[in-house]
Write a protein of this length. Structure first.
Length: 193
């Protein structure tokens, strides 16, 4: 993919309309029905500045994200990132930020297959697992496994996925079943290696 090709997925961050040459991108576009990459718990390269959600961009600056994040911290630009706490506390933080709430609402309403990559489906993310299980429109879930399929970590991931299937099946008004498929994370070539 060249720099002139449009990205295969949207992430809702664009150049500022008034000042398109700024070194950062701003949250400015809704996905609509497009496929998207959203940061459900924020990310280290996202930050708020004057009420505006911005994203550090190595393409616009030529600098590594780690450098941009460090420079931002020195300027008081703290990452928008939900990293700790119970599922309930994480949900409170998500509901308190417009972007994070938007991302969770997109997950709650997705109608096409969902691919999870690198997610351990742990109990601390019960709020996300609940959104997936309760989304009656979601037909299929693809979950990555890393390493040996029967490793303790992968058994835990499989069990959590099956709990979502069971939770969906127990819902009233005869919901469509959630089908879960597992795949080898090395086969995804996410980083184009």
């Amino acid at each position: 993919m060249s720099a002139d090709d449009p990205p295969p997925f949207e992430d809702c961050f664009r150049a500022d309309e008034d000042e398109p040459d700024l070194p950062y991108l701003v949250f400015s576009q809704r996905l609509g029905d497009k496929k998207g990459i959203l940061f459900l718990h924020g990310a280290l390269h996202l930050y708020l500045d004057g009420g505006e959600l911005r994203k550090h961009s190595w393409i616009r600056t030529g600098q590594r994200l780690t450098e941009l994040i460090q420079e931002g911290l020195e300027k008081g630009q703290y990452p928008l990132f939900v990293a700790e706490g119970s599922p309930e506390k994480k949900l409170d933080q998500i509901q308190g930020n417009g972007y994070l709430w938007y991302a969770s609402e997109k997950l709650r309403n997705i109608e096409s297959p969902l691919v999870l990559f690198g997610h351990r489906l742990g109990s601390s993310d019960g709020h996300i697992l609940n959104l997936i299980a309760k989304n009656r429109k979601l037909p299929e879930l693809y979950v990555s496994l890393h390493g040996k399929p029967d490793s303790p970590a992968n058994r835990t991931i499989r069990e959590a996925a099956m709990k979502m299937v069971d939770a969906r099946a127990k819902m009233s008004s005869n919901p469509k079943p959630l089908e879960v498929f597992f795949y080898d994370s090395d086969s995804a070539e996410v980083w184009d290696s």
